[in-house]
Design a protein around this ligand. Structure first.
Ligand code: SAH
Ligand code: SF4
Ligand code: F3S
Length: 438
């Protein structure tokens, strides 16, 4: 009889991709994916701890499994990811949720298969979270789940220690994969028909910094991948403004295979706060980068992350973020309220901001974002963007821009599905943008 698995993923794309690796391991053991949790024999929670709210969401969901476990005693429940990697959390989980059978961390994801087999044999709960990152594991099975997009890790961990951030503590130091392994993986994915390849790292721009060879850089990696044959586009995330070089911007501008889409988290528009965050750039440097991008890549799609209510942030300092947003006019903004994280320097900083104030500031940013997005959508009229045809529909095709906006194309011509085209936006007043292939 087939056994089923269900994976609940929280957090960023890194976790989404790691869940694809967990799925790969489960499928190699003969499990099939369940379309609902209740049907599963194994449930895995791949967790996130970037903000307290993320942790509470996980605990709420794990807590609600108590009854399912009672009615299905053979159900195996596993937890992994950034939350279980925090000191003290595994002990807290075993105490509060004794029905969780397997707990492991970010550094030993590849051991999951082994833990599951051991548990099925012994029925003894397993807690194994490694303190330190090991060697990069190359021979992982992957069940891809993101349609025509494939995620590809280029570096793991983070050395930046932004003072608010838990990631360096739960993901370890920066480690780059070998360029030849990355290029080989991308080549294989393109041959399999994947159309966008998204390179993943906490800070993709520092790819190769941990390697002695000066030729191992992010710009060179991009150039190597662009040499591969095939009709595909490359995206990447995330870029750190302190490390985004002119060479990388030029490469994006000049290489047709690179999507003109850049996520460049600014976090704050105020220099004093940026310094306290340990971001290592200034508002002026950041704006220079934006101007360089806009002048070299005129139709670039730009998005960002922002934290409001960092300890000691005054109204004036917050307004520096607000005016930066008005100046840059991003295509997408992810704004978060500062959340103190265990063991980070910002947790212990004086002058923590009241949650009411944070809430009010984040709402002001959201309102501004909404207004800018509306204006920017109107401005798309008559501009040309690269799109990919995703499906046939009544009278034409549905499509997506490379930044993920939905588009409809009315045509009686035939095009292959998942082909790229340049398309001119001809109507912005309908719910979905209308475009014409040119
Ligand atoms: N490595 C990436 C992403 C880090 S996490 C980068 O450096 O950009 C994604 C976003 O979560 C961050 O950009 C930041 O805006 C937000 N974030 C991280 N820690 C946070 C905290 N303690 N409170 C609120 N938001 C946080
Ligand atoms: Fe966190 Fe900063 Fe590293 Fe991004 S660069 S993961 S925000 S420490
Ligand atoms: Fe969350 Fe870990 Fe990603 S903390 S945002 S899942 S790196």
């Amino acid at each position: 009889m087939t056994k089923y698995y269900f994976i609940k993923t929280y957090g960023c794309q890194m976790n989404v991709h790691e869940s694809e690796k967990l799925a790969g391991m489960l499928e190699s053991l003969g499990y099939a994916e369940a379309n609902e949790m209740e049907k599963a024999d194994v449930i895995v929670f791949n967790t996130c701890s970037i903000r307290d709210g993320c942790e509470q969401k996980v605990f709420g969901n794990v807590g609600s499994l108590k009854h399912l476990k009672k009615s299905k005693p053979n159900l195996v429940i596993a937890m992994c990811g950034c939350l279980t990697q925090i000191k003290g959390r595994p002990e807290m989980i075993t105490k509060k949720f004794p029905y969780v059978n397997i707990i492991f961390g970010t550094h030993n994801l590849h051991e999951f298969k082994h833990y599951l087999e051991t548990f099925e044999r012994t029925h003894k709960n397993i807690v194994d979270v490694w303190d330190k990152e090991g060697e990069i594991c190359e021979d992982t099975e992957i069940t891809r789940t993101s349609g025509y997009n494939a995620w590809v890790n280029i570096n793991f961990g983070c050395n930046n220690f932004c003072t608010y951030c838990i990631v360096p503590y739960v993901r370890g130091r920066e480690r780059s994969r070998e360029m030849k392994d990355i290029v080989k993986e991308v080549e294989c994915l393109v041959k399999q028909g994947y159309k966008t390849i998204t390179l993943l790292g906490q800070n993709v721009n520092s790819y190769g910094n941990d390697v002695d060879n000066p030729n191992v850089t992010f710009a060179n990696l991009l150039k190597e991948i662009c040499k591969l044959d095939g009709d595909f586009k490359i995206k990447f995330m995330t870029s750190h403004p302190k490390d985004l070089s002119s060479e990388v911007i030029d490469t994006i501008a000049n290489e047709p295979k690179l999507a003109k889409v850049i996520h460049l988290p600014v976090q704050s528009g105020n220099n004093k706060i940026l310094k306290k965050m340990n971001r290592n750039y200034t508002r002026e440097h950041y704006l220079d980068l934006i101007h360089e991008i806009r002048s070299k890549i005129p139709n670039a799609i730009l998005s960002t992350d922002i934290i409001v209510g960092f300890p000691s942030e005054t109204e004036e300092e917050f307004m520096d973020t607000y005016t930066l947003m008005q100046e840059v006019r991003y295509d997408g903004v992810f704004a978060f309220m500062f959340s103190p994280r265990t063991g980070t320097p910002a947790e212990r900083m004086e002058n923590q901001i009241d949650s009411k104030v944070k809430n009010e500031r984040v709402n002001r940013l959201l309102k501004l974002t909404k207004q800018i997005t509306k204006e920017k959508t109107k401005e798309m009229l008559n501009n040309v963007y690269e799109i990919i045809l995703t499906a046939k529909c009544d009278g034409g095709y549905t499509a997506e821009t490379l930044s993920g906006k939905n588009v409809v194309i009315h045509t009686d011509k035939e095009y292959p599905l998942l082909s790229f085209h340049n398309a001119k936006i001809i109507n912005v007043n309908t719910k979905v943008l209308e475009a014409q292939i040119i």
